[in-house]
Design a protein around this ligand. Structure first.
Ligand code: PXG
Length: 300
């Protein structure tokens, strides 16, 4: 997704190279490199965030930074700069690339070290900001709705590696994503070790039943999605009751509506799960309403 040669104004600046922030410097994309000894590469030892900007303004930047620093704290990784400095760096990088509607990837690795797990034998965490044009899901998916399948890969046990940490080790989700792709689906539903619905590989899940919005609680072992939080707020504003309760596949199959939330997808309807139509098999009214409300909020 980030490999295309990008230029903010291809007609007027054909040779302008995308700039990447790395440790306080803006360098050309091709020169933005980390060591092969970086423990981010060797062990997935690091954290990340995926953000979006709309019209030059980053959606809930502070909240994403809070989550990044919380993820880092949970893995004993000290980010060498303060959140305010990182926030400024994000905005500077967007401006340097003349990007308004963008995808932003923040990455902090443990840094280069020896060939061993010991994080004490590393130095210099690498702080990286990649900004690029956003690749949107095709509009027709929002109109028709997605079909997803339940993956046999269980979400990481929260007592082993908390799904609330956005770490550089996403193999749990990637294995589930592959199952989805093999079934012809771009997303896959993941259950937790109790067999309850957790989340999708890069999105949170919501159901609608009898006008009430249902979503798994954080202790189902999920990422506390920033889009999820925003949608819960929007539902409250709209006078819709929201229940964060444990859900099973049965609840999904008998729901009136189903949708996913995430930074990349925003709010996207799901109309089929494991071959079963959800409700009448078309995007439902509450899903459409919340999608519109989110759309307005993000662009306000
Ligand atoms: N669950 C998981 C496991 C995620 O990784 C979400 C839910 C939704 O959270 P937000 O805060 O985005 O509403 C995510 C987010 C990417 C990418 O490039 C992945 C995410 C977000 C942005 C980009 O793969 N995952």
């Amino acid at each position: 997704m980030l490999t295309r040669t990008q230029s903010a104004s291809p007609d007027t600046q054909p040779h302008m190279s995308l700039k990447v922030y790395i440790n306080g410097r803006l360098v050309d994309k091709d020169d933005a490199k980390v060591s092969v000894y970086d423990h981010g590469l060797l062990y997935g030892d690091g954290v990340f965030e995926g953000l979006r900007s709309y019209g030059g303004r980053v959606f809930r930047l502070e909240r994403h930074l809070d989550r990044l620093y919380e993820s880092a704290r949970a893995i004993w990784l000290e980010i060498p700069i303060k959140p305010a400095e990182l926030a400024k760096a994000v905005n500077d990088t967007l401006r340097a690339n003349a990007l308004e509607d963008a995808y932003i990837r923040l990455v902090v690795t443990r840094g280069a070290g020896s060939l061993g797990l010991d994080p004490n034998r590393t130095s210099d965490p690498q702080v990286i900001i990649i900004t690029d044009k956003i690749t949107l899901y095709p509009a027709e998916l929002y109109e028709r709705g997605l079909e997803i399948v339940t993956a046999s890969t269980i979400r990481n046990h929260p007592a082993a590696l908390s799904p609330r940490i956005k770490s550089l080790n996403y193999l749990n989700n990637i294995l589930a994503k592959i199952e989805g792709l093999q079934a012809g689906c771009i997303e896959a539903l993941m259950l937790n070790t109790k067999g309850e619905v957790a989340e999708c590989t890069g999105d949170n899940i919501f159901l609608v039943r009898d006008g009430v919005l249902l979503t798994p609680p954080l202790d189902a072992g999920i990422l506390e999605g920033i889009t999820r939080d925003a949608v819960i707020e929007l539902a409250h504003e709209a006078g819709v009751e929201v229940r964060e309760i444990p859900l099973t596949k049965h609840d999904v199959y008998v729901a009136d509506e189903c949708f996913l939330t995430g930074t990349a997808a925003e709010v996207i309807p799901v109309v089929k799960v494991d071959g079963r139509s959800i409700g009448p098999g078309v995007p439902g009214p509450l899903t459409r309403d919340l999608r519109e409300r989110f759309h307005k909020l993000a662009r306000s």
